[in-house]
Each structure stands twice: as structure tokens, then as C-alpha cells.
Design a protein around this ligand. Structure first.
Ligand SMILES: [Zn+2]
Length: 440
């Protein structure tokens, strides 16, 4: 799987479908459009003058009763959680969701129609790294309803959920890791369910004109009423997980953490999303752009110098912060005004030379190759640099995160690597570097 899931993605082309809005019962057309990097998900109301857009961000959350409503100014979009869950779980970071009404088509009450739509549009990688929210310590929120959400550190996005109906009827539990294929098979088809007592009043007031057994499962006492039989014996907890994904999508970053949810609901989900957004704001306000782990997962300067023969002023790696599997490495180099090259490049206008970034990438790649081959009798030579791009200037005070990935290897004779230098979550340079191994 040499694809690059750490890169932002958008939809490949425009795609849309038409259906019925839950609350008004009227026809609505929804279209997904591609959007540039760092755009996030925005809803566009093409039925209103000037076609206003609403950012799918927790700051714009307006209501969490029965469904999630976001808005800016006087403009609203209702019931956004299922389409947001599908976009987030299928890996779409940037898109415009255009609608000619104030809520998406309800479909069959699940996220299936949106998954089908995303697959029709296709998903395509973009050129900037994804923004993550890494859970560093446990967080939790509780609500009066009995809802409890705990978020624990994890290197994947996982959800473990327990749902229970009145008198603990329909108590169900499910735990899974969120990947596009698991979402598509296990979560997306799970439909909305409602308790008859809760919707009775709304039906009487004609507030859910589009509601029917075609787009919701109705629970009345012991009876489960729906147009088609249950799709899973634990369909309810699966839908609860779907709503958690959709509501947490309002954080606007990919979560690396484990959500443990007991009797969750939109209000508690939104509370957790708010807590994450607050924590993110706090982290962004701190000067360190990213936490740099210390410990045995990486290599300290001494260990780097045991592997690389380079020395001042040519050692371009301060520390290896980690390896991912066999084929990936991330290292850092802090750039200070004391770097010797700033004296001449350029006086009064210090910019790190691009070739020094290529050198840094080559040094990091050779640490990865050294770890792979472990053949001390052979030494690697830098053979070629292709697809070299310098995207942004690197200035004194920057910390460069240098990523290298092995993309091709022929025995222990030749290796090809794809490398990136990243500063503040933006790629500043990249290159494909090739090495060959010769006997010493
Ligand atoms: Zn739902």
C-alpha cells in the first residue's frame, strides 16, 4: 500500500443526486464539488441569493436536537451528520457540498447514498499533508442524558460504542478501527432509528413531512418497525457510531485516538468536538509546531552520528523521531541563524539553500537504507535526484520534518526513495532519490 494516506484528499469530479428532505418532505439535489487544499468541508446553499457557504466547523454548530445543524449568520443547514460522516470516513478532507435546500436528501436514513456518491465522484490525493489531531492524554465529556465519551491516545482512529434504549432494551456494543472499507461495509448502511414516543409529537405537528419507514427504523415498545428487515442485528449501535463520526468531523482534523462512547447522542458528541477544538487552539498557540517524541522509537544525535559519517557543517539531521514499519522514516533538523550557509546565502536575507534540503533528505534516506540492509560491508552512494521541487523558503527558526519512504528496492543493489521536507505542516521541498550499494 504505497499510497500516501497522510496527504489531503478531495473528490475527483462533481457528482450529485436528488432525494427527499426529512423535515420539509420536498425534493433536494446535493452535489459534491472538488475543493483546494486546506479548504475543508463547506456547505453551499445555491437556493439562496449569493449562494452563501457554511464552514463545517464546530464553531458554527447551532443545534443538536435529533440532528446536527450548522449555520453562519442567518443561514442554516440541518441534518449534516450523515454526509459529513461519509466524507470524513471515506477520506475526503476538502469538498463543497452544494444543496438547493436547507438539508441534504435523507436517502434511506443511512450514509449509504453518500458513500455511493463519493465513489461516483472518486477520491483524489492533493499536495499538502493532512492535519491530524493526536490525542496525547485521555479526555472525556459527560451529559445529563447519561452519555459518556472518553477519548484515549491511539495511533489509529477507533470507536468503541455501547448503545442502550429505554430500560436497557436493545443494548448493543461494537468496537472497530475506522478505515474507508470498514466504514463502507460495517457502518454506512446502518439506518437512523427513532423511538415512537419521540416522533409522535413531531408527526402530529407535521414537522417531519419527509419521515417514513423508508428512511428510519421506528421502535415502539418491543416492536421494531421498518420497511426492510434490520441490516445488522446490532444496527442501532452502528448508527450511533456513524453519528459520532459525523459530529466529530466538525473538528476539521483527522483524529488519531480511540473514542469510547457510552449511550452517545448528538449533544455529547458535539461537546467532545468542542473540547477537541479548544485543545487544538491551545496547542496551536504554543510555539512548538509539533510534539517531538523522545525515547527508543527514534535515534538521538549520537546514534545518528554512529550511522552517518557526516559532521559539522554538513550533518543535516538532528534526530530521527521515528520509523513507520520497514519503509518509512521521519527525522528533524532545526535551522538556526547560526547555520554557516546563511553567512553567504544571502547577506541580510537568510534563506536555506535548496540543495542543502536535498542533502538533508539524502542523509535521512540513507539512515533508512542502513537500517534496512544492515550490511556493514556495503556502502550506499547517492545516484540521482528526480522530481526535485522547492515549494517554500526555509528560514532561520524553522524546524524541518524530513520524511523518506522506500518506494522501490532491487535486492541490496539499488533503492529508490520519495522524500519530503515539511515545515509547519506545509511541504517546502520534495525529491525522488536513488541510491546504489557497493562493496566498501
Ligand atoms: Zn444519524
Amino acid at each position: 500500500m504505497p499510497s500516501t494516506p497522510e496527504f489531503q484528499q478531495t473528490v475527483g469530479k462533481m457528482a450529485g443526486f436528488t432525494g427527499i428532505a426529512l423535515h420539509t418532505g420536498e425534493k433536494v439535489t446535493l452535489r459534491l464539488h472538488p475543493a483546494p487544499v486546506d479548504h475543508g468541508i463547506k456547505f453551499r446553499r445555491e437556493d439562496l441569493q449569493d449562494e452563501p457557504t457554511i464552514d463545517a466547523k464546530i464553531d458554527n454548530l447551532k443545534m443538536v436536537e435529533r440532528a446536527t445543524t450548522i449555520g453562519e449568520g442567518s443561514v442554516r443547514v440541518h441534518t449534516v451528520e450523515h454526509v459529513l460522516a461519509a466524507l470524513c470516513a471515506m477520506g475526503v478532507d476538502n469538498a463543497i457540498v452544494e444543496m438547493d435546500a436547507n438539508e441534504p436528501p435523507i436517502g434511506d436514513g443511512s450514509a449509504q447514498p453518500y458513500v455511493d456518491l463519493i465513489k461516483k465522484a472518486g477520491v483524489t490525493a492533493q499536495e499538502e499533508p493532512r492535519k491530524f489531531f493526536d490525542v496525547r492524554e485521555p479526555m472525556h465529556v459527560e451529559a445529563k442524558t447519561g452519555a459518556l465519551l472518553v477519548l484515549l491516545p491511539d495511533d489509529k482512529f477507533r470507536i468503541s460504542c455501547t448503545q442502550a434504549g429505554p430500560n436497557n432494551q436493545f443494548t448493543q456494543f461494537l468496537s472497530l478501527e475506522l478505515t474507508p472499507s470498514i466504514f463502507e461495509c460495517e457502518i454506512a448502511p446502518a439506518r437512523t432509528f427513532v423511538y415512537y414516543e419521540d416522533v409522535e409529537a413531531l408527526m402530529d405537528k407535521n414537522l417531519i413531512k419527509g419521515g417514513s419507514l423508508e428512511n428510519a427504523i421506528v421502535v415502539r415498545g418491543e416492536a421494531v418497525l421498518s420497511k426492510e428487515p434490520l441490516r445488522f442485528s446490532d444496527e442501532f449501535v452502528r448508527h450511533k457510531i456513524l453519528d459520532i463520526i459525523g459530529d466529530l468531523a466538525l473538528v476539521g482534523r483527522r483524529i488519531r485516538g480511540h473514542v469510547v462512547a457510552v449511550k452517545p447522542g448528538h449533544a455529547a458528541n458535539a461537546e467532545l468536538a468542542r473540547a477537541l477544538a479548544r485543545e487544538q487552539t491551545r496547542r496551536s498557540a504554543m510555539s512548538t509546531p509539533r510534539a517531538i517524541p523522545i525515547g527508543d522509537s527514534g535515534l538521538d544525535t549520537g546514534e545518528v552520528m554512529n550511522i552517518l559519517p557526516h559532521r559539522y557543517p554538513f550533518l543535516m539531521v538532528d534526530r530521527v523521531i521515528g520509523f513507520e514499519g520497514e519503509n518509512k522514516i521521519t527525522a528533524i533538523k532545526s535551522i538556526t541563524i547560526n547555520e554557516p550557509f546563511f553567512q553567504g546565502h544571502f547577506p541580510g536575507h537568510p534563506v536555506m539553500p535548496g540543495v542543502m534540503q536535498v542533502e538533508a533528505m539524502a542523509q535521512v534516506a540513507s539512515i533508512l537504507l542502513f537500517k534496512l540492509t544492515k550490511t556493514s560491508s556495503r556502502v550506499g552512494y547517492f545516484m540521482s535526484a528526480d522530481q526535485v521541487k522547492f515549494r517554500k523558503p526555509v528560514l532561520p527558526g524553522d524546524t524541518i520534518f524530513i520524511h523518506a519512504e522506500l518506494t522501490r528496492a532491487r535486492g541490496n543493489r539499488m533503492a529508490k526513495t520519495k522524500c519530503y521536507c515539511v515545515v509547519n505542516d506545509a511541504i517546502v521541498s520534495e525529491a525522488e532519490l536513488m541510491f546504489t550499494f557497493l562493496d566498501k
